[in-house]
Design a protein around this ligand. Structure first.
Ligand code: AMP
Ligand code: MG
Length: 466
């Protein structure tokens, strides 16, 4: 590593701020999303044949119950009006609102439960017993709730059959047209685009796709994210660390984070702090869609990752950011190397992150910068501006004074409680960015702006959500 590069890492003012770095990464993510072979836009058929893509199979079909966390490769369209019939949202009596509101007795003309259809329309001056989810008979324009009527025997016929029942809306209550009915097609019309290609699939999206009859979904193939932990002191998790050694906990952590962001993690063997070991590992890893390297990016004597990246032909976009933890972060790209023919995105470069080795630093820099790139490579939000790829921030009330130093934006492990009227956040005591126990007690990170040396108890602060 050149001394000039080392100097640039230790002189904070030369480094970009968090916002500048985040904007750069967001612009890069947007470019990557555009490079991804386009989603299928002619998604008129939810169950049509799988599309063939000249760039290789970028889309796969998965069973609906395995679609959680995947990204839709084509729009989801309503296969029918939703709801498909005017539906009662209450147990009660379908009626004409004007008649019911006059408080006259209404003869109960029939009864329909969910799964049945009323045989005819509602006769004038009558009501129709109806259950939640059942189709409302033609002619009815409201449903009075069971709890709001008085039911009695009208003695219309001696037989005591259904026509003897009558109900009256209990005064002074009245009812308006449309109450407790969802009109046919009010949620969606047949053919409407309900979800755009690029949408992340959660449980609600799975339910919606199920309601449209999709037993399978076309989703983007997940990007392969290589994870390379570096360090002479690291041993695999299953090994007993010798003197001076520690377990490689970060690879497993990052694999989990990659999965949550929509990627397919590929954990590589630990690389040692030697040029040869790093060169060999990089040659292999450059076949991934994204490479995450941990450790070896600070200014120490054995921080050899940047020189190795330069030998691999790297172009750097970031070599440090004014944040803590995570200041030595490296972001760039190396030429893509195909180790075997197979599905590839339309790219010639493999984006790389050099994440600082301390696990809390690795976690924070992943959340802030790498996760948006994974999401973009996964095809997420490429066409849907509302599906943000960036980190999620929220506001909370600070429980206690926090003192720090200026010049770096800080992301400090914190615990936020959501039980009160407003989220309340407090720092988790920590021993620095190697403190995994503290990070495991935290559920967010308190954001301290770089110009603040103090945040006061009771003030509204930003938190970074996982
Ligand atoms: P480095 O960035 O390589 O200087 O590493 C900073 C600190 O993080 C050192 O204490 C390392 O032992 C620790 N560290 C580096 N990589 C890992 C890893 N994969 N898992 C756990 N700790 C690590
Ligand atoms: Mg190291």
């Amino acid at each position: 590593m050149s001394s000039a590069r080392r100097r640039s890492k230790s002189s904070s003012p030369a480094l970009p701020s968090y916002n500048e770095a985040a904007e750069l990464v967001a612009a890069y993510a947007a470019r990557l999303a555009r490079l991804r072979p386009g989603p299928r836009s002619s998604g008129a058929s939810n169950s049509g044949p799988r599309g063939s893509d000249p760039d290789g199979p970028c889309i796969e079909r998965v069973p609906l119950d395995q679609a959680l966390g995947r990204v839709l490769a084509e729009p989801l369209r309503a296969d029918a009006d939703q709801p498909p019939f005017a539906r009662s949202t209450r147990d009660g009596f379908a009626c004409r609102a004007a008649e019911a509101s006059s408080h006259r007795p209404l003869a109960v003309a029939g009864s329909t439960r969910a799964g049945q259809t009323p045989p005819g329309s509602l006769p004038r001056g009558s009501a129709w017993e109806i259950m939640t989810g059942a189709p409302v008979p033609a002619g009815a324009d409201a449903v009075v709730m069971l709890e709001h009527v008085k039911e009695f025997d009208a003695h219309v016929e001696e037989s005591g059959g259904p026509s003897a029942r009558a109900v009256r809306l209990v005064p002074p209550r009245t009812i308006r047209k449309g109450e407790n009915i969802v009109a046919r097609g009010a949620q969606a019309r047949k053919g409407d685009k309900l979800l755009l290609a690029g949408s992340w699939i959660g449980s609600a999206q799975i339910a919606l796709a199920g309601s449209c009859g999709c037993a399978t979904l076309n989703v983007f193939i997940k990007p392969r994210v290589a994870i390379l932990s570096t360090g002479d002191e690291l041993v695999p998790i299953g090994s007993a660390p010798g003197p001076g050694q520690i377990r490689n906990s970060s690879s497993a952590m990052l694999a989990a984070m990659v999965r949550a962001a929509g990627g397919d993690p590929w954990i590589l063997p630990i690389a040692r702090d030697t040029a040869k070991s790093l060169d060999t590992a990089l040659a292999r890893a450059a076949s991934a869609d994204l490479l995450l390297i941990t450790g070896g990016v600070s200014a120490g004597k054995f921080d050899l990752v940047e020189p190795a990246l330069i030998r691999a032909g790297a172009r750097f976009h970031l070599t440090g950011v004014r944040i803590q933890p995570g200041k030595p972060l490296v972001f760039g790209e190396i030429p893509f190397r195909s180790i075997k023919p197979g599905p590839k995105l339309r790219r010639t470069k493999c984006p790389i992150f050099g994440l600082p080795g301390n696990p809390v630093s690795s976690a924070v820099t992943f959340m802030l910068f790498a996760a948006p790139i994974v999401a973009a490579l996964a095809g997420r939000g490429g066409t849907d501006p509302s599906d943000a790829r960036g980190p999620r921030f929220a506001l909370a009330r600070l429980a206690e004074d926090v003192k720090t130093k200026t010049s770096l934006t800080r992301f400090l492990p914190a615990a936020c409680t959501f039980s009160g009227a407003f989220p309340e956040v407090a720092l988790v005591p920590w021993q620095g960015s190697g403190d995994l126990a503290a990070m495991a007690l935290a559920n967010c990170f308190l954001v301290v702006p770089e110009d603040s040396d103090r945040l006061r108890a009771g003030s509204t602060v930003r938190i970074l959500l996982p």
